[in-house]
Design a protein. Structure first.
Length: 250
């Protein structure tokens, strides 16, 4: 994959659009929201690839999708921007894990997702393991235990080999489809952000069927892949929830 620069993570909010969600003026807040939206989009793309390529999954599919998200951060972005996206992703897990209103109960241990604090350490470890020479201080700043550092490169190599086999099947070509933005979303902040991702990913990933990307009002803070209609939905409420999370933790 080619390496992109900071690009949208340096987005300067312009005049308010008539869009369901508008990026805030504060650059740190905007970067956090944009970074986590991108990381979550990569996660949902993982679900789409597992579905359309009929990938067998050992363990939790949600963990496999988290792993692909980290691989795409590492592959698709230059170091500064990749670190910014990973930090936004890890920060969202850390903030949710520390929220007393979201403390895990018995149902959390049976959920398809790992606990937020587990996901935090997992993504930090994998991202560090992809480039340990340059990312050691980042990993320590994000409080990855020093005793964990040794195994992270091995864990990344394992994850990379597994997803590499999948991505080798998903090469663009004349007989392959790809990601498609749903029409009529131009000018919406979230849709414009995702449209750049769709264009970049279509240069390196081909799919046997089209997968549509849509930004919508969902009635809940969520993002999800629907196998029935091959659609990745990113909810406006999800971005609003990220904004509320950031503002509640100054």
């Amino acid at each position: 994959m080619f390496k992109r620069c900071v690009a949208v993570l340096c987005l300067v909010a312009g005049p308010a659009l008539s869009a369901p969600f508008v990026f805030p003026d504060d650059p740190d807040e905007a970067d956090f929201i944009a970074g986590e939206v991108i990381a979550t989009f990569y996660h949902e793309l993982g679900h789409a690839l597992i579905d359309v390529l009929q990938v067998p999954v050992l363990g939790k599919e949600e963990d496999a999708a988290d792993t692909l998200s980290v691989i795409l951060m590492h592959d698709g972005w230059q170091e500064e921007a990749a670190t910014a996206i990973l930090t936004a992703d890890a920060t969202s897990y850390a903030l949710r894990a520390s929220d007393p209103n979201l403390e895990p109960d018995e149902s959390s241990f049976a959920d398809v997702h790992s606990l937020d604090i587990q996901r935090y350490y997992a993504v930090v470890c994998l991202f560090y393991g992809a480039n340990p020479e340059e990312r050691r201080q980042m990993a320590l700043d994000l409080e990855l235990p020093e005793e964990k550092l040794e195994s992270c490169p091995y864990e990344y190599d394992q994850a990379r080999a597994a997803w590499g086999t999948v991505l080798d099947q998903a090469v663009p070509g004349p007989e392959m489809a790809g990601l498609v933005m749903a029409p009529g979303q131009e000018g919406q902040d979230l849709a414009d952000l995702l449209a750049e991702e769709v264009a970049a990913l279509n240069e390196v990933i081909g799919l046997p069927v089209e997968v549509t990307v849509v930004v919508a009002d969902c009635g809940e803070a969520n993002a999800f892949y629907s196998p029935d209609d091959k659609t990745i939905t990113m909810c406006n409420e999800y971005a609003e929830d990220l904004q509320a999370l950031w503002r509640a933790n100054p």
